[in-house]
Ligand binder design. Structure first.
Ligand SMILES: Cc1cc2nc3c(=O)[nH]c(=O)nc-3n(C[C@H](O)[C@H](O)[C@H](O)COP(=O)(O)OP(=O)(O)OC[C@H]3O[C@@H](n4cnc5c(N)ncnc54)[C@H](O)[C@@H]3O)c2cc1C
Length: 378
């Protein structure tokens, strides 16, 4: 059996690795003409690290990134609203949440694939759906397989070819993010603390000994553009009330600040048509409010591989994969969207109620939710 994977991001690469380890032949085709160590940071939550452990990559990722032992949501003045029980999670699951530069993560995944199974500079432009699905690339070449998986992100060409009715939804929020060469004070080095105020949200995380990843989110119309010549002066006033935000943003070169409107996809089924299926953002893009989009695409990759191993025919494998993954992916898409909306409430009364509830909710309740979120049973 031969598989074609369109897109070599987190989901496509993890799928390539999992299939290779399972003895299923598959090649990953990535649009980027060169692989550069660019991008911001990412948190690999417990579920992502559980899969990485199964694939034998957890130690490498930990060595290239930074462990996160402590998480919290605070108000604008840094007062704790809710602690996230990361150490309890580590005890429960035996893996540590890891913060890492995206470029490093991508390189570790690429290195875990045989060289001839990852081909760059292959931008898919059209898909032929049939018993032997095929893809045509921008350079005029084609590839044909027994099955084809779209791992080509939220703007997926593969999804558009089989489910053109699915449209992305704007969340109402825009995010700026960056990585800066810096060391946070010792007490902040192994934690993620997301701070909320009426103006927006901000967090800074050590992702390697000398690298800090930060993100800042504001409720704003989609489609805004930055003027690089005064970017610092534009965004620092919005976020400077947050601990260290002014220092961190002003130290980040403007050409390394990435702006992106946050979109997701409304949960929908089916996830496959004939011998074509989808993983990751291509079918369940989510807002990043729970730091789970990458982790969910990693779970997809692992679950799909198990289903392809266990089932005699592709239809049964794709059906089982969708049955296993749809409920959880839907749960996370919905919760992320809700969490983002609550974080950006503007009404002072609603904010007081929200903060009171968060401050006074027993951690046990959150722990239960986290265990549900992080379990990997494939
Ligand atoms: C601000 C922000 C912060 C986030 N933080 C986190 C976090 O902390 N933790 C977490 O788990 N998730 C996080 N996410 C979500 C995460 O980044 C995505 O969910 C994840 O990258 C999805 O992986 P993917 O492989 O499905 O898609 P992508 O990462 O988008 O990869 C798609 C790949 O396909 C390639 N491609 C696209 N079109 C084509 C084509 N036509 N032909 C061939 N190749 C193509 C692209 O070049 C890319 O390499 C965050 C997202 C945002 C926006």
């Amino acid at each position: 059996m031969k598989g074609i994977i369109v897109g070599g991001g987190i989901g496509g690469l993890t799928l390539g690795i999992a299939l290779h380890q399972a003895g299923i032949d598959a090649t990953v085709y990535e649009a980027a003409p060169v692989i550069k160590p660019v991008g911001a940071g990412i948190l690999l939550g417990t579920n992502a690290m559980l899969v990485m452990k199964k694939l034998g990559l957890d130690k490498k990722l930990q060595a290239a990134g930074q462990q996160v032992y402590n998480g919290a949501v605070t108000d604008g003045k840094g007062r704790i609203l809710q602690n996230m029980p990361m150490e309890m999670l580590e005890k429960h699951f035996g893996v540590t949440t890891t913060a890492i530069h995206r470029g490093r993560l991508q390189q570790i995944l690429i290195d875990a694939l045989p060289k001839d199974k990852f081909i760059i500079d292959k931008r898919a432009i059209s898909i032929e759906n049939g018993a032997k699905p095929s893809v045509t690339f921008e350079d005029g070449t084609t590839a044909k397989g027994d099955f084809l998986i779209g791992a080509d992100g939220i703007h997926s060409v593969v999804r558009q070819s089989i489910f053109p009715q699915i449209k992305k939804r704007y969340s109402g929020q825009t995010c700026w993010r960056g990585v800066v060469s810096m060391v946070l004070p010792k007490e902040k080095q192994f934690q993620i603390k997301e701070m909320w105020s009426k103006k927006g949200r901000f967090a800074a995380i050590q992702i390697a000994e000398d690298l800090v990843y930060w993100y800042a989110v504001q409720k704003v119309e989609a489609g805004g553009k930055d003027n690089l010549s005064n970017l610092h002066q534009t965004i620092i006033p919005i976020f400077k009330e947050f601990d260290m935000a002014e220092k961190i943003i002003s130290k980040t070169p403007v050409n390394q600040i990435i702006r992106g409107d946050l979109y997701d996809l409304k949960p929908t089924r089916p996830w496959f048509q004939n011998n074509i299926s989808l993983v990751g953002d291509a079918i369940h893009a989510m807002t990043p409010n729970l730091g789970q989009g990458g982790a969910q695409s990693i779970e997809d990759a692992f679950a799909l591989t198990r289903c392809l191993q266990k089932n005699k025919d592709l239809t049964s494998a794709f059906q089982q994969y969708e049955k296993l993954r749809y409920p959880k992916a839907k749960f996370v898409v919905d919760q992320s969207r809700l969490f983002g909306a609550i974080a950006h409430w503007e009404n002072p009364l609603m904010i007081s109620v929200r903060n009171f509830v968060l401050r006074n909710s027993p951690q046990k309740i959150f722990m239960k939710q986290f265990v549900k979120l992080y379990e990997v049973n494939y």
